[in-house]
Design a protein around this ligand. Sequence first.
Ligand code: COA
Length: 283
Amino acid sequence: MDQETIDLVAFDERHLDGAVLLSREAGWPHRREDWAMLLALSHGFVALQGDVVVGTAMLTPFGDNCATVNMVIVAASMRGRGLGRKLMDAALQACGARECRLTATADGLPLYEKLGFKATHEIRQHQGIPAPLPADAANDAVELEWVGSENFPSVAALDLEAQGMDRRPLLRLLTEAGRMVVLRDAGRSVGYAALRPFGRGEVIGPVVANTLEQAQSLLSFLIASRPGAFLRVDTAEWHELSPWLSARGLVGVGGGIAMRRKPAGRQPPGPAKPFALASQALG
Ligand SMILES: CC(C)(COP(=O)(O)OP(=O)(O)OC[C@H]1O[C@@H](n2cnc3c(N)ncnc32)[C@H](O)[C@@H]1OP(=O)(O)O)[C@@H](O)C(=O)NCCC(=O)NCCS
């Protein structure tokens, strides 16, 4: 059918079922709930052919300095006709002057490079049913507690240190969808991790900590809390967390390329660092 018959409109709840079909066709695991969470945080765009969703893109702002572009999908039968670029143009207009980040697939890479995105590092996706942890794997020296309304502000502060942007709306949705744990050292909060249902199983992420060992303590705790569950962790290659995840039965199954456009040139304040992503869509 002719491209003139395609309308680009704002994404709303009525488009969720069509979006799920589209992501399934692309081989992505997102459930309706996963799309709904992204939509709640984002400006979404859909390409419609009649009532049929044939393309999607979302722009998720984090405060006024940063945003991610995600869920860029065009139906296989409609590719190569400029629809992906139109959806990206809409998302980038909603991005305004913010720094824009995304995780690219091999399919998306040429389009993003043409739009001025530059690759920064590799994202590795690990998943599986972890082997039971050995009894001595628990580190008694660190203190872990579940997150409720009283310690949520310390999680938000750690995330801001690690990311340099305000992700509180995302963090609130993550606490509603699943649970979070905070790690304390000498009474001070030094890391947190979240666990929630996603796709075929559950995702652990974000994981934010000062050190690799702290990130591993948080991951060990959440892995031990879900024996027999299918778990996924997305991590940046420069953290060296991948071998540790593989050794626990969360095998590497691919990943993506992290890219940025209009980088703001500022560093997150630290010392906390991101060790795992909320998702490839959200960073
Ligand atoms: C990525 C995707 C959305 C692109 O959609 P599309 O409608 O085919 O894209 P377009 O037709 O608008 O092409 C966009 C640009 O990329 C270029 N391009 C696309 N594939 C290319 C390739 N393999 N090599 C070089 N250039 C390529 C096109 O020439 C076009 O450039 P132009 O605008 O200067 O002419 C689509 O392939 C898709 O849905 N893939 C599966 C899901 C996915 O991986 N999404 C990306 C998530 S990060």
